[in-house]
Ligand binder design. Structure first.
Ligand SMILES: [Zn+2]
Length: 347
């Protein structure tokens, strides 16, 4: 590497760190750092199957999505009180603001908590309390997207939506959508056609994980049956040329999570990741951290690692940030403000 390219790289990293951006694919439970996992376990008297913070980190050697989910659900058991959800969310917001994230749309999984006896209202109050405080204190913008766990039956998703609906008015400033996450393979979008139709009738935005480990047919299903407005992941769309054309023409946003794909072995090496190819094929690609505590990095770590591995230009980095604001579920005034900021920053 020449001195010039090293300087260029340093400049690009600095540029990325200061770049205004939005995060659209973040599971708040997946931002639970091992230190907080232990702190909350102690506070709540929960026994963890790990002796130390280091032992938890050592368990982060995942082989696939399911091996991660097993640890993720074990860790989530420490989340019990409104204060726990508040602390978890505030810790994420601080990390996001440090990365110059202006707006974040947080996924949350009520079923992971209600099954343990945590009331739906506790989950909402804790997360929303932190987001409202961050908005009041720092102008940090956010929304909440309630996700259904796809390895469970659709009837459970209906019950979850019904249990959350009485809270809708109280959290109208934040809860704007529903999503679909957890183990993808064997749980196609069609399984949730009914509950997504209901959510759309109620006026919610709808998104779904598709084409992470599942085939391109799941992306078609998410578009045609669930009628989603964004695809979460979607990287396997590349295997279907007609689907690629459709995604490019419609500018359907893809919330891509590079370090997640690496950690869960969707790709063996970040240099093999198709993010740059998807972007250069005209798709509305965004960069996101997914479950940052488990996958080795928050927003800027994802941007920097991807820019290095795929030799992204500064223009492409700006395009990724612009896409994140274009794909956000916000008012046109908010969108215009961030796009103007981005324009001024990159000029
Ligand atoms: Zn995800």
């Amino acid at each position: 590497m020449t001195l010039t390219t090293m300087t260029d790289l340093h400049d690009l990293h600095d540029f990325i760190r200061r770049l205004p951006k939005a995060e659209l694919h973040l599971h708040i439970e997946g931002s639970l750092e091992p230190e907080m996992m232990f702190e909350l376990a102690r506070r709540n008297g929960v026994a963890l199957p790990y002796a130390s913070v280091d032992a938890v980190r050592a368990a982060y050697d995942f082989t696939d999505l399911q091996s991660f989910l097993d640890l993720y659900y074990a860790g989530a058991a420490v989340l019990q009180t409104e204060q726990d959800f508040f602390d978890l969310t505030m810790a994420y917001v601080r990390r996001a603001m440090a990365d110059n994230v202006r707006h974040a749309e947080l996924f949350f999984d009520p079923q992971t908590h209600t099954v343990r006896g945590v009331p739906m209202a506790t989950v909402f109050a804790g997360i929303a309390g932190a987001l409202r405080q961050a908005r009041a204190d720092h102008g940090f913008s956010s929304r909440m997207i309630l996700c259904f766990l796809r390895h469970l039956p659709e009837a459970d998703a209906f019950a979850t939506l019904d249990a959350a609906l009485p809270l809708r008015t109280e959290y109208a400033d934040l809860w704007i959508g529903v999503g679909l996450d957890s183990g993808e393979v064997g749980n196609p979008p069609e399984k949730f056609a009914g509950v997504f139709a209901r959510a759309r009738e109620l006026g919610f935005h709808v998104v779904a994980h598709a084409g992470e480990e599942g085939p391109p047919a799941y992306v078609h299903g998410a578009l045609d049956v669930l009628k989603v407005e964004r695809i979460d992941h979607g990287v396997r769309s590349e295997e279907d040329p007609a689907l690629m054309q459709r995604l490019a023409q419609s500018r359907m946003p893809l919330t891509v999570c590079p370090l997640s794909n690496l950690k869960l072995r969707v790709v063996k090496d970040l240099r093999d990741h198709n993010l740059a190819r998807l972007l250069r094929a005209g798709l509305c690609v965004t960069v996101n951290s997914d479950d940052p505590a488990y996958f080795g990095g928050y927003m800027n770590a994802n941007f920097v690692a991807t820019a290095d591995a795929l030799a992204l230009s500064s223009k492409e980095v700006v395009d990724l940030a612009r896409n994140s604001f274009l794909a956000a579920f916000v008012t046109e005034d908010e969108r215009r403000r961030w796009l103007d900021e981005l324009q001024a920053f990159s000029a």
